[in-house]
Design a protein around this ligand. Structure first.
Ligand SMILES: NC(=O)c1ccc[n+]([C@@H]2O[C@H](COP(=O)([O-])OP(=O)(O)OC[C@H]3O[C@@H](n4cnc5c(N)ncnc54)[C@H](OP(=O)(O)O)[C@@H]3O)[C@@H](O)[C@H]2O)c1
Length: 333
């Protein structure tokens, strides 16, 4: 099968288009013929070697985490899916590789593609949708009437998270540049802060939840917009000891996580707010719930650009520019 392969960790390294063997299927997996693949910053971060400690991949590997496509084969223990089903998923860690014609996915990580979405639209959803779900529903338990501040509302995670938070009945503040203000308002944002001309911590106060996706300075400022008892959830680091436990990290990795997050955890405690790091996980059950929200019209995909398979490197570069409005997708079939 044709696939885009990473040969060595390097910033902006070009992925190599290669002929690779179709992956061997395990008993609990289905083989998906990839019609479209979503592109995430995680792909660029793995490529640069930034995730070596957390996800120690042995190279060469095929990159790509999001897939929409058709089931072509199922493992012996698979019960819920059959050849011909249209599905989507966030591929499993250490089984990634959606920038290819076929990818294996655990049954437990898969869901039926929402009816009414194109393959490209469906491929844009899993990683960012599950991130928003795991931050706002699972970790924060966001409730009707609460106030949530979602940073970078015009990005992949932000465009989904705003819609999910509104569906849950929360009031939403977000940051973006002026050019994207209309987009985030259309998605439901109640308060829009232009991060280029305004400091959000002078505008926002008394928030229940902050979803942080930016740098360390922004993380620190985020503490000041929370009310006592509020929750700061960061998807851009630093990882905390709880997370180290959750992934059963080796002792030295746990120590690094403890040290990296000691400052923000201390400051959070001092203000009476909770800090937690989230690294999203593949989850088919949650993805089914997301399918329902999309079919009910509560959430719709926001796509910045669809690239042809041959332009996979250009698609990654576009995501890395940090300017995408919503999601970037590669059309494979
Ligand atoms: N831990 C996890 O599980 C997890 C999961 C998903 C993503 N992430 C991380 O979360 C971050 C966001 O991911 P993403 O996919 O949403 O990114 P993205 O789609 O690439 O974000 C691009 C958007 O961010 C906006 N932006 C850039 N700088 C900003 C700033 N300083 N303040 C507010 N908005 C800004 C841009 O708007 P303008 O053009 O208007 O500036 C653009 O629309 C990344 O670091 C990613 O690696 C982590």
């Amino acid at each position: 099968m044709k696939a885009f392969v990473l040969d060595r960790y390097q910033k902006q390294a070009s992925l190599r288009l290669a002929d690779m063997p179709t992956p061997e299927l395990r008993e609990d997996e289905v083989l998906v013929e990839v019609h479209a693949a979503g592109v995430n910053l995680l792909d660029a971060k793995i490529r640069s070697g930034e995730f070596k400690l957390l996800l120690p991949y042995r190279l060469p590997i095929i990159l790509g985490h999001d897939v929409a496509g058709v089931v072509v084969k199922v493992g012996a223990r698979v019960r819920q899916f059959k050849p011909g089903d249209e599905v989507y998923a966030r591929a499993d860690d250490f089984r990634i590789g959606t920038f290819a014609e076929f990818v294996p996915v655990k049954e437990a990580s898969l869901a039926l593609k929402p009816k009414g979405l194109t393959m490209e639209e469906a491929a844009s959803i899993p990683l960012v949708g599950l991130t928003a779900w795991q931050a706002l529903v699972e970790k924060a338990g966001l409730k009707k009437g609460q106030k949530v501040f979602i940073q970078a509302g015009s990005g992949g995670v932000g465009t989904f998270a705003i819609q999910l938070a509104k569906h849950l009945g929360a009031s939403v503040a977000t940051t973006t540049s002026a050019a994207n203000a209309a987009l985030v308002k259309r998605l439901g944002a109640d308060v829009v802060v232009d991060y280029r001309t305004q400091d959000f911590e002078t505008v926002l106060q008394g928030y229940d939840v902050v979803l942080n996706s930016q740098d360390g300075k922004t993380l620190g400022k985020s503490l000041r917009v929370l009310k006592s008892g509020g929750r700061l959830i960061s998807i851009s680091g630093p990882p905390d000891p709880e997370f180290g436990k959750e992934i059963a990290a080796p002792g030295f990795v746990k120590l690094v996580m403890r040290l990296l997050s000691s400052g923000i955890r201390r400051r959070a405690r001092g203000r009476g707010v909770g800090y937690s790091f989230l690294f999203m996980k593949a989850n088919g059950v949650q993805l089914q719930q997301i399918t329902r929200l999309i079919e009910d019209g509560a959430i719709r995909p926001v796509i910045d650009k669809v690239f042809p398979f041959s332009s996979t490197n250009e698609a990654l570069a576009h995501v890395e520019s940090g300017r995408a409005k919503g999601k970037v997708v590669i059309k494979i079939k």
